[in-house]
Design a protein around this ligand. Sequence first.
Ligand code: FEO
Ligand code: CA
Ligand code: CA
Ligand code: CA
Length: 747
Amino acid sequence: MNKPNDLAISATDLNDIDSNASHDNHFNSILNARLSRRNWLRGSAVTAATAVMGSMGLSACGGGSDAVAITPTPTPTPEKLLAFTAVPKSLADVVSVPAGYTATALYALGDSLRAATPAYKNDGSDTDFDNRAGDHHDGMEYYGLSAAGAPLASGAERGLLAMNHEATTDEKLSSHFLHVNGGTTTLPRPAAEVDKEVAVHGLSVVEVRKTGSAWATVNDSAFNRRVTPLTDIEIAGPVRGNALVVTKYSPTGTKTRGTINNCGTGKSPWGSYLSGEENWAGYFTRSATDNAARGDKSVASLNRYGRSQGGASRHGWETGGSDDKYARWNLSKIGASSNGSDDYRNELNGMGYIVEMDPYDKTKAIRKRTALGRYAHESAAFSVPAVGQQLAVYMGDDSRNEYIYKFVTTAVWAAADANPADRMATGDKYLDSGKLYVAKLAADGTGQWIELAMSNALIQAYSAYKFADLADVLVNARLAADAVGATKMDRPEWCSVNPANGEIYYTLTNNSNRTVNPSGSSQLAPDSANPRAYTDMKGSSAQNGNPNGHIIRFKEGTGAAAATSFTWDVYLFGAESGADASKINLSNLTADQDFSSPDGLAFSPYTGICWIQTDDGAYTDVTNCMMLAAIPGKVGDGAKSTLNYATAAGGNLAVDTFIGKKPTADTLKRFLVGPVGSEITGISETPDGKTMFINIQHPGENTSLANIGDPSKYTSQWPANAGYGAGKRPRSATIVITKNDGGRIGS
Ligand code: FEO
Ligand code: CA
Ligand code: CA
Ligand code: CA
């Protein structure tokens, strides 16, 4: 759903603020890519040698009348990336891919993961969602298996898909497609409805296998797994055991109950799965008098994270009954204890982290990695691992005017950790100790990473919030970033590292609060890193600010992953191809390239292609959301430019920015357009580069609850209209994309 991400989150726009993560730039993938390149080179060398021998003809074989002539083996035509024909913009209720490619639905909301759970009827009567695919498939990663079913990073024909189930399509409290008549839209919500809605959130792991040329999920695989907002999860890192996370559920502050609104993902160099908790705050309620009941600095923290007193919850789950699993959705201070061990006043401090899971081993506890900070997480992208050097994890906070972060490990990378005996223990080693930084970008194309720590005088002296210790800084990372004057960005979504040169790409999806003449504290004037403020028309509706978004990229300075300075430029500006090229379409996008609101972004470690996905509400009068393939250059390959704005006072606001080299038809091309109402998300591939899995999230999301009984009024019937599954209600789903000639995706 493309809804604005505001600091003040309302019950209906919590979630998607649209959303989305991830990536495959982990060590195994990079290693495999290097190996496959090496094999290709070796193959070429062998072929060349054969050809040379062939040309030497009979004499090379010693001559003689019975010598057998060697037929030269043709040198393979080098693969050309982006050789496909661009897919046109479209409003059709289908998935469109280039000629020569096939896209097929594979794993949709409600699909059974267990033999004992019946097939999905898709009429609102289904139950047992703890054993079915969740809703709103989002970030996703592929984990290879050997033919025998053992973890094997290079496994390309059998593997696991681990993915996030971010949210549900809803209206007036109810996730209407999950209930027969659309569900209850007033409080209290019935327990059975709440239980179903809770269970479709979280994560899932599903085994997939290729038979012949067809991929299918494996029902009842021992690897299949659901994680929900009720799953027991360990708090790891500096916040573990801190007073800020003491709850009735965990009086010792060492556990939380579940994970929610999981958006982007990451794949660690040691083979684990990372999930970002994004718009979690809105699932909880707070009483209208809670500020007075608390009377302490927790009020400032709750306000900064979008839960001011009196805030209504998105679904009203706290009204499901007297059981503690419902009570936990109420953040009000209602207990008599001094530390919060008898209520859920601290429950929100247990949400908002990067969560690590071993996708191969459900016996290992899932952990929230608090050292990476608490905010509206998207993806987590690792620096290219170098033996003996620290790792960086790049992350963003997706709300308007929020920040870009990186975490630098204390531990240095050891090659043996690429294939560890215990992936979660390896996660403890790298992710529980290190430094968290926030980005401050300057107008001259440079930037600084500012450490968020008690040693920073600005954090010690911050008047709006008195930090107690490092755990307090991490739990309240937004406040700490405010204290050090970090740069407010146009909604950082996914990030990814270019495996070719280590540069870091961040999508900045849009920002309706950029304006040349700001008023109030939430509006900001354009600056060098967020340089556009303009009006785009959607029919008769004016969309102001930076409605189409841009993609910024960083090059680390001295110290690589551990650098404290960087340079930056803007790789691409989203825009309509017909928009003014001097003010809006600054990257000169053509009709085969134009897009709005970049969200998902990931470099393929196999082909090097940069995949860009959109979650848009601005250009959707012309086209559904899409995925593009790109071959970017590098920071500094373009030119400095100045944008001039007339101010209300009659002056001129001149904004210098740095525009990357403009794309050509060979370096940026639209690859896919999705069904009506969907966003495109989740980028993952098999390690041979020949199969891609992506997610189609919330097709038909604008279907009114009032029309639940009339499928002809659904805004989308995908994937049923593509022959997948029962019923006609639209369903979020994973699709599998292959090339008909067996080639790599994007060639
Ligand atoms: Fe769930 Fe900001 O994307
Ligand atoms: Ca998204
Ligand atoms: Ca988004
Ligand atoms: Ca428009």
